[in-house]
Design a protein around this ligand. Sequence first.
Ligand code: PLP
Length: 403
Amino acid sequence: MADGEEGREVESEGFETMAIHGSEGEDPHRALTPPLYMTSTFTFPNVEEMGRVLSGERPGYVYSRGSNPTVASLEKVVAQLEGGESGVAFASGMGAIAAVLLHFAKSRRPLVFSRHIYTGTRHFVSEMLEPLGIPVRFVDLRVNGEGLSGLRSRLEEGAGGVFCESPSNPSLDIVDIAAVSALCREYGVPLAVDNTFPSPALQNPLRLGATIVVHSATKYLGGHGDLLGGVAVGSREAMRQIATVEGPLLGATLSPMNGWLILRGIKTLSLRMEAHTLRAGALAKLFAESSQVLEVRYPGLPSHPGYETARRQMAGAGGMLSVVFAGREEAGRFMNALRVVKIGVSLGDPASLVEHPARMSHRGYSREERESMGIPEGLVRLSVGLESLPDLQIDVEEALRAL
Ligand SMILES: *Cc1c(COP(=O)(O)O)cnc(C)c1O
């Protein structure tokens, strides 16, 4: 675990400055770029010094499954960017989510989930938490959903934690994070928010009242489609156990190499998010004008039911959008006709990617189950990359014409 303590005094610095300089201050050689400590273990000059490090009397590193200086630099930077005190890095986003959920589950109280969450999180619930006997409840937390009365009754019954995601993957639904946080605080229940889609450059759930924020660093934080990673951030209190128990004992430990690459990616996060948003906004308009498209889901379009909330809680609508075609066949034909945009899962890369949940990420669910998650058969998710905008526009226009 890395404390953002030093970071807090520079919290008045701008986001980009923190992203670029936030990891400095630990290297004895004052290297501009944080050094890569590619080591499994650390040695001690004698047993007395070892005792001081092991007892916590003196700061130091012991074994990289527990902590590593390169990984600690990353944890410190992401904690600063999210406005949290502490961060813990993981080998993947699912590593971070699993650790947070197991931490919540120790309360032995039911865990409450937004119905509109990432499919891996959903599978963790059905394939891990439920078989282990951990009670789980789903509620509709969308701003255009059933309202927060469902959440209130679940909180009345007692809950060990609440988990949501906004904008959601792949349905692009918006949750009013401040409103959900306020309700959870009223009942003293911790709230974790998956902030992967907006990244810390566009949304900071902790500043809106959430307890913990989780990221798949595989996506925008790394930003180059070349690694897997995850990060959880919260108050020192909220992260203490996760950093010392769930993190090291689950063993989903981030490689220092990947930590170093994510640190490098973060330096350009803000610029990339601006460029992703610009391109996604332009493509969303293009889709909205097409008669082949039944619905465009992009929080930056005034037609999106979460538009006003998104404007309040996000600094930009981001690079993700979903488009609904008439059906499965139309979705497939559109995807086959794309040339610049590649077919593939994952997101947040410089390369634009298109995914069809009914055929790919959500193929294991029935049509009805997908509908209940807000995913019609013809929904296609686009991760708008950083290619030249005219090339993307021509690619999409031609694919729409092929329908
Ligand atoms: C990809 C993703 C995850 C899981 O992250 P991995 O790094 O693939 O384990 C979690 N949440 C969201 C919203 C994602 O898009």
